[in-house]
Each structure stands twice: as C-alpha cells, then as structure tokens.
Design a protein around this ligand. Structure first.
Ligand code: ADP
Ligand code: MG
Length: 727
C-alpha cells in the first residue's frame, strides 16, 4: 500500500528530484493507463462487467460495447492531452510499431470534429507491406490488419493514445509476436487449470507470470556519436580493451553514478505513470552496465511492458545525453547483457504453482508443476534454444559469462535429493498400504529444504530459484514473447499429456488420485535427469557430457533456428493451435533474413570504418613519424639512425597493420559476395556465419593493434575507456 501521509520535502543534492516528487510519482502509478479503475469510472455497470468478462474469459466484445468503450477511451485520452491514437503492435522486427492518426477529423459539413469510435478501436489496416512476413503476405496481398487486445490496457504515451493490438494477415496468419503468445497462454491456461482441479476443484483459471530483468549499458551520447558502429549496429565492431575493465569487480552493486541516477529516476517515473511496476535498479558486473527489474505480472502484460520499456529507455537516455545500448554484446572483453525471464504459474486465487506449500498435498501440487516443467524443457530443449537465438545473442551464449548454448535445468542440491528420494520410495505399483509416511514426509519437507537452497548456479540457462524458473539465456534486446510462447506451449503440451497419463491410471487401474499423480511423477523423474545439471556449464566436461546425453549444442543462430520447423515443433504448435506449419516456416525465414541482414550491415559498417577511418588515421600518424625521421636525418646526418630506430619500427608496423586491414576487408567483401549469391536463405545464413563472420575478428584484431600505437589525439573513434568510464 502506498502511504498517503504527507511527505517531508527534502532536496537531495544527488538527485534532480526531491522526495516530494518521488512520493507523488508513486501515487501516480498507472495514471496514464486506461485501466480497470478508469473503466469503472467511465462505463456503466453492465458494460464494465461485460468487458471484464471479455478480458478474463476471452469472450467476444460486441459492436455496442466496443462503441461504449471507445467513447470512454476517447474522453479519457483527451483529458490526458492526447491528440492522436495508434494501434500499437509488435511486428516480427522485434521493435514496436505504431502509425498515429489524429482524433481530429472533419464532418461532412466541413466542421472540425473529434472522431474515435468502436470501428477505430477494434480494427485498423495499417499499410503493412514492408513488415517482415516470411513470404506469407507478398505485396499483391499486402493487407494486414491490427485487432484490439483488450487484455492489455491502452495507455497514453506522450500525446498518443496507444491501443495494444495483434497484427495478422488478411488470410488470418499471425504477423506479430503477440498473436501466438496469446494463443499459447490460452492453451496453457486450459491445460494447467485441468491439472489444478486435481488439487482444487474450484480452480477457474491459471495464468503464467513473467518478471523480466533488463540489463543495459549507458554511454555518453557525444562519445557514441563518434562511433558509426554503435550508431548503426548497436555494438562496437572494434576498440582495444581499456586497461581497466571489470577485473576488480568494483562496479557490481556499487554506488550508482549521479548522472546515471538522474536517468534512472526519470525512467522509473515514466514507467510508473505508464503502469510498469519497476522495482529494482542496480549496477551490473561490467562498467557502465545496469539492470532494471519490475514486480512480475501476467505474461502478456509483462511482455508489452518490456517492449514499451525499451522504447522509453531510448527516449529518456537521449534526454539525459546518454545512449542506451540494448545489444547483447556491445563491447568485447567485458560481459554482455541479458534479460532473465522469471516465469511461473498462478491460479485465479493467487496460488503460485511453483511455490512449495506447507502441506504434503500442496507440495504434491508443487511437484506436479515443477517436474512437468523440467520434462517439458527436456522434450523441447532445442526449440527453447531456438527461441532465444539472434545474431546479437550469439556473441554472448557460451562465452563464459552467460549461460552456455546447451539448455539444461538447475534445481539445486536439495531438490535433487528430494527427487532422488521420491524415485526410490517404492519401485513397484503403488498400493494403499504403501502410501507410506515416508512418501508424504519427503513431500511435506520441501519448504524447509528450500529455505536452505541458496546455492545459485549462475552458469545455468534455466534455473529453479525457489518459487519460479529463471530462463537466463534470453538476450537483452529480445522480445520476451518469443521465449514465453515456446515455454507456455511446451508446458501446455506436457500438462495435457500428464493429465492423460494420470487419468489412465485412475480409470483403468482404479488408482486413487494422489497415488496416480505420484506414480506418473515418479516415472518422469528418471527421464528428466537427462536435462538436470548442477555443475559448471562453461566447462569442457559439460560439452562432452551433454553430447553423450543427447542434448543439442547449437552454437549459433543459423544452427539453432531449424528447431523451429522440426517435426516435433510443428506438431507442438499445430496441436495446440498456436501456429501453423506455414506460420512457423515464415518465422524461420524471417529470423534467418534478419540474421543475414544484421551481419550484412555489420560487415559494411566494419569495412567502412576500417577503410575510411582507421587506415587513413594510421597513415596520417605514419606520415608524422616519417616527417620526424626525415627531420632527425636533416639535423643529425649520418648519426640519425639510432635516434630514429623506434620510429622506423612503428612506421613499419603501421604499414603491416594497414595492409592486413585492407586485405582483411577485401577478403570479407569477397566472401560476402559469394554468400549473397546463395538463394537458399538458410544456406546463406550459414555462409555468413561460417565464412563472413570470421573476418570480423581478423579485421578487428588489426585495427585494435593499430589503436595501441597511433597518437590518441587523432584516433577518430571514442575509446573503450571513454565509453565505459566517463560518466
Ligand atoms: P534475483 O533473481 O535477481 O535474485 P528476485 O528473485 O527477487 O531477484 O526476482 C527477480 C525477478 O523475478 C523479479 O522481476 C520478480 O518480479 C520476478 N519474480 C518473482 N516471483 C515471480 C513469479 N512468481 N513469477 C514470475 N516472476 C517472478
Ligand atoms: Mg534473477
């Protein structure tokens, strides 16, 4: 609860906000959101209850109701100072898209009027032919339309009313991230609710919850402006390491620099106004790296909030003369950024299904969801890996700082022991006599055990952290909808299967319900051990061992993505009616195209900087040295040689680097030309990965060496130390 006491007004020199304002913003949480309380205010009782039902149960909203809501939304938005409205959606570019229309219109008589009704609210047809569609919508059938998602509230952002929508083609295929996400949530709700009813007959609904942790870098805007690579690709394509990096570990959780704090405060205020419940902020491991995390929310809302957040960050950073870097690996040699996705399931009565309870029965419920999650991850580990694949994340995964590219699950020593105990309780068929105290004891003890479960394995991509799973391999720039859709879908499939297996034992073997549940779970424990891993995910042994276990280890995006269109994945998505084969194939294309385009842009940018900035700078400095040598010779005559020895050595080294850079760029361009001729997009992506990308490292290496010997005052790019340590 927010305290309504009048705050003391104190001005703090460290901040540009006084505490009065801080209190004010906390009270203003959601002030720019068309949320439930606004709806209640603007709609009559009947309309309000209808829309609530639609949100909760997905029932349809009729024309009359849509008109009523639109009228309410219009009045409210105008009172907030909105001049425009937009359908706000998340196309497959990963960013958010919006096309603003003014509320202003002209009546037939020519009079200026304000126009916004059910038609404008419910559906729009943005000219969307240039959004990626993977061939689903060629330009002849370019129409796609957006449709209102009433489960995510509209909000006023700046002077625009933003209405969250899905984006689908005219023939009904999804062209965005939200459509399959909503379908996956629906499938999961259905499957999980049925399983929950084993434990509580009154369960109405199960929702998935997500708490993301957004990591990012902040660099000075002017410094960033000197780097075409940062501007065009979001990462530095070259730059020698700073002599101080993160070795001292002095940044992590350290005091936040004043200028950064100013940025964070304004960011938080904007988030609160827009109903994003951001809660924690701190320094991360690398210098100039930070993290922001909210209180968790229902997945669809949390995804929208994260997408919105990334946009707000950009704007607020700009205002504070920062550039925010959301790229997964903006700097070589120091940690990259991720976005941990904390995921759990909650019932309509607020029970967290991944939180161990106090009674044996509630712990059996916990174990049901816990074990089934692990089994689902085991079944679809390759798909889960594909869901977080991107050109940016490739630099991070498996690079000894982030989770490895091999998906495994960490549950901690204590819970591993619980599983062992359960597995060994009784081998044969469960009988009423065998329903021993031991079993219930094991189950009953879980919460106490968990209290001690503080060992956190930071190298695990998918870890159980007490009352939720934390998917850590997600990239900082990702749209969380992608991994969430996959996770929800595979869990829905698993729970359906679990229900079937359990019912079979009950129906055909006459087993009691909890015996049947227990039996099915116990059988699963043996299998899921294959994906459980408690050791060091970075180690060589794990690479070997995971291969022996048959786990996939797809090191890069083009190798990871085919899992999207494997028979198993197609079956998963089709049977749950989340995505069709055609839609999956389209997504596969879009992701591959994006990969190739990203690498193309990086290659061009790198070639340009190397040739047009770095080589000329090297030569300029070389000329200074040549001039110096010539002068020494003029002054000292035949005795000049020892005096000019080092300069001459540097002159030669510059020539060597210049030549290596130039030939590196030539080779890179040639390999690109070859790759560009390949028609098959998957083969092309593989060629970019295996034949083009390696030149990036070679060219960079030479540029970085040159940086070490050239006069700093003429070096054209901001250096790592200037980017990372100058706040
Ligand atoms: P850390 O992982 O950094 O130690 P916490 O465990 O406190 O931090 O939580 C990290 C994130 O997990 C937060 O965003 C929080 O909202 C989220 N979280 C906590 N409980 C749940 C839950 N039941 N479902 C989803 N996310 C959750
Ligand atoms: Mg965490």
């Amino acid at each position: 609860m927010i305290s309504l006491q009048k705050p003391k007004r104190t001005n703090n020199f460290l901040t540009n906000v006084n505490s009065m304002q801080t209190e004010h913003y906390a009270l203003q949480f959601g002030a720019h959101v068309f949320n439930e309380s606004v709806l209640r205010q603007y709609l009559n009782k009947e309309a309000f209850s209808k829309i609530s039902q639609a949100v909760l149960k997905g029932t349809t909203i009729d024309r009359v109701l849509a008109d009523q809501i639109a009228a309410a939304m219009k009045t409210w938005a105008l009172s907030q100072g909105a001049t425009h409205y937009t359908h706000w959606f998340q196309p497959l570019t990963g960013a958010t898209a919006e096309k603003h229309d003014a509320f202003f219109d002209r009546a037939d008589t020519g009079e200026p009027i304000v126009k916004f009704g059910g038609d404008q609210l419910v559906q729009q047809e943005p000219d969307a032919s240039s959004f990626p569609s993977g061939g689903i919508r060629n330009t002849f059938e370019a129409r796609g339309y957006t449709a209102w998602d009433p489960s995510s509230p509209a909000f006023v952002y700046g002077t625009t009313l933003c209405i969250p929508t899905i984006f689908v083609s005219y023939t009904g295929e999804a062209l965005d991230y939200k459509t399959p996400l909503l379908k996956s949530l629906h499938a999961l709700d259905k499957a999980a609710t049925e399983v929950c009813r084993y434990f509580d007959k009154n369960t109405q609904r199960v929702m998935a919850t997500l708490g993301w942790e957004q990591e990012y870098f902040l660099v000075d805007k002017d410094k960033a402006a000197s780097r075409p690579d940062l501007i065009l690709t979001g990462r530095t394509l070259m730059g020698h390491e700073s002599s101080k990096g993160q070795q001292l570990d002095d940044h992590y959780f350290g005091s936040i620099p004043t200028r950064v704090l100013g940025f964070m405060q304004e960011l938080e205020q904007q988030c609160w106004l827009l109903g994003i419940p951001v809660k924690t902020r701190h320094n991360e491991v690398a210098p100039s790296q930070f993290e922001l995390a909210p209180i968790f929310e229902e997945v669809n809302l949390a995804v929208d909030h994260n997408s919105l957040l990334m946009d707000i960050m950009d704007r607020v950073a700009d205002k504070h003369n920062f550039k925010v870097l959301l790229h997964e690996k903006p700097f070589a040699g120091i940690n990259g950024s991720g976005k941990h996705n904390n995921w759990s399931l909650a019932t309509n009565s607020g029970v967290n299904l991944l939180s161990p309870g106090k009674t044996p029965m509630s712990n059996l419920q916990f174990l049901t969801f816990f074990i089934n999650t692990i089994a689902a991850v085991l079944e679809h580990e390759a798909l889960l890996r594909a869901a977080i694949a991107s050109a940016g994340n490739d630099h991070r995964l498996g690079a000894n700082e982030a989770p490895p590219a091999i998906i495994s699950v960490f549950i901690g020593e204590q819970l591993s022991k619980v599983l062992d105990d359960l597995e060994n309780v009784s081998k044969g068929k469960l009988s009423p006599q065998e329903k021993t105290d031991l079993k219930l004891n094991v189950i009953g003890k879980i919460p106490e055990i968990l209290l001690d479960n503080t060992d956190r394995n930071r190298t695990s991509p998918f870890a159980f952290t007490g009352n939720k799973f934390e998917f850590r391999a997600v990239g900082s720039n990702a749209n969380c909808a992608k991994p969430m859709t996959v996770l929800n879908a595979m869990m829905a499939e698993r729970l359906r299967a679990f229900k079937k297996e359990t019912d079979k034992l009950i129906d055909s073997k006459g087993m009691k319900k909890d015996d049947a549940i227990f039996n099915v779970l116990r059988d699963q424990i043996k299998n899921i051990k294959n994906i459980l891993f408690e050791g060091d995910g970075y180690s060589k042994e794990w690479q070997k061992q995971s291969a022996e276990r048959g786990l996939s280890n797809n090191k890069n995006t083009p190798e990871a993505l085919p899992a999207y269109v494997s028979e198993k994945s197609i079956h998963l998505f089709e049977s749950l009616q989340i995505l069709s084969k055609r839609e999956l194939e389209a997504r596969f294309q879009v992701d591959l195209e994006e990969y190739v385009l990203k690498l193309q842009i990086e290659a061009r940018t790198l070639g340009d900087i190397a040739r047009n900035h770095i080589i000329p700078t090297g030569i300029r400095y070389q000329n200074v040295l040549i001039e110096n040598v010539r002068g020494l010779k003029e002054i000292y005559g035949s005795k000049f040689s020892p005096l000019a020895k080092e300069q001459m050595a540097i002159i030669e080294r510059i020539s060597q680097h210049v030549s290596a850079i130039n030939s590196g760029v030539n080779n890179m361009i040639n390999s690109r030309k070859k790759a560009n001729k390949i028609d098959d997009i998957h083969q092309k992506a593989l060629a970019y990965c295996h034949d083009v990308l390696p030149y990036f490292h070679q060219i960079r290496y030479q540029c970085d060496k040159l940086e070490l010997i050239v006069d700093a005052s003429i070096w054209p790019l901001a250096k790592y130390r200037q980017l990372l340590f100058m706040h």
